[in-house]
Ligand binder design. Structure first.
Ligand code: NAD
Length: 361
């Protein structure tokens, strides 16, 4: 199969869809890989490394996009919509439930779009979301600690406090992968941490491993309000797979929150779990509402592209190879990829996305 690897175009997106090691596996299987020149440079992966792995370096994005399968990291930006073409397979993060324009562009193109974030294995695991959630969860606390500094608009609170002065109060909404990784770093900083979730198994897991180093609470409106009104840092980490995130913190709650507190809404890529969330970029990551700093960058892991590119490829490579070897048959043969199929030849094939846009499924 002819496989294309274009350079990412989203603001500050410096990850790349395939490492030279993935390319080598593909070329060993007899596939041809077209790498847009400079695609890996944001992750400090040189064209020469891809060439040694068997890739052909092409000068323009359109050369890579003309392939039968295009492997990326982030969803196509509007400037890339015209590259979408019939019979191509697009394998990347898509987050369509919060992106009507892209959903329509994909439908009109006739392409087959497989979303990393909905590829699902047994037991409801999301293996291609996990590595970026691990990165974003750990980063969320580092980012939160930065914006809590007065010089960055925050309340001027040090995460771990100091002897005689209380630590920051960190509230994490959702105790899945993002939430657990955020909790790990926040506890490591010495913050006072509360995790809220609706899934009792997640709360039990966190309670078991942290043995009193953090508090767990069931996520309902009453408990959320009680927790956030005393929080310095709130991390939004909920997920309804393939669907839009629910608003757990409404705009009416904001005036009651601590002035200078910080919200890091990691769930922004699914619409955000805070009503006042709107997507921001690495160039302009924060804004303030009612004295509360909001950080809502939808591609947080791109700030640490080397770690993120390698972490992502460890998980995606096996599916990329299956798609390359078997084409669309791979979707029929592999239940995990079936879950990943969001759009196929002009039709939405994922129920939560169809529901979001009132479309036929
Ligand atoms: P996950 O499925 O592992 O965890 C989500 C958790 O939310 C689950 O434990 C679930 O029970 C919980 N939840 C659902 N409804 C809830 C509610 N009403 N109250 C409290 N908890 C609730 O998902 P994840 O991998 O941790 O991802 C979380 C979000 O972070 C997703 O939207 C994901 O796309 C996003 N994400 C964003 C970035 C970024 O750069 N901004 C990076 C990675 C992941």
């Amino acid at each position: 199969m002819l496989i294309g690897l274009p350079k990412e175009t989203k603001d500050h997106e410096t990850r790349v869809g395939m490492t030279p090691s993935t390319v080598k596996t593909l070329t060993r299987h007899g596939h041809q890989v077209l790498v847009q020149s400079g695609a890996g440079e944001g992750s400090f992966l040189a064209d020469a490394e891809y060439q040694s792995a068997g890739a052909t370096i092409v000068p323009h994005a359109e050369d890579a996009w003309a392939a039968q399968m295009v492997v990326k990291v982030k969803e196509p930006t509007p400037a890339e919509y015209h590259y979408l073409h019939q019979d191509m397979i697009l394998f990347t993060y898509l987050h369509l439930a919060s992106d009507k324009a892209l959903t329509h562009a994909l439908l009109e193109s006739g392409a087959t779009a497989i979303a990393y974030e909905t590829v699902q294995t047994e037991g409801g695991k999301l293996p291609l979301l996990t590595p970026m959630s691990e990165v974003a969860g750990r980063m969320a606390v580092l980012v939160g600690a930065t914006y809590l500094q007065r010089t960055h608009g925050g309340r001027g609170v040090l995460m771990g406090g100091v002897p005689g002065v209380e630590p920051a109060n960190v509230v994490i909404l959702g105790g899945g992968i993002v939430g657990t990784n955020a909790a790990r770093i926040a506890v490591g900083f010495g913050a006072q941490v509360t995790v809220l979730d609706v899934n009792h198994d997640r709360l039990k897991y966190l309670d078991d491993i942290y043995r009193g180093q953090l508090q767990t609470r069931f996520s309902d409106e009453y408990n959320i309000e009680e927790a956030i009104y005393h929080a310095d840092l709130i991390i939004g980490a909920v997920l309804i797979p393939g669907g839009r995130a629910p608003w757990l913190v409404t705009s009416a709650m904001l005036p009651n929150m601590r002035k200078g507190s910080v919200i890091v809404d990691v769930a922004v890529d699914q619409g955000g779990c805070i009503e006042t969330t709107r997507p921001t970029t690495h160039s302009n990551p924060t804004y303030e509402v009612e004295g509360v700093v909001h950080y809502c960058v939808a591609n947080m892991p791109s700030a640490v592209p080397r770690t993120s590119t390698f972490a992502l490829n460890i998980q995606t490579a096996i599916y990329t190879l299956r798609l390359a070897d078997e084409g669309l048959e791979a979707i029929r043969n592999n239940p995990a990829l079936q879950y990943g199929l969001n759009i196929h030849r002009g039709a939405v094939t994922y129920p939560a996305i169809a529901k979001e846009f009132d479309m036929k499924y």
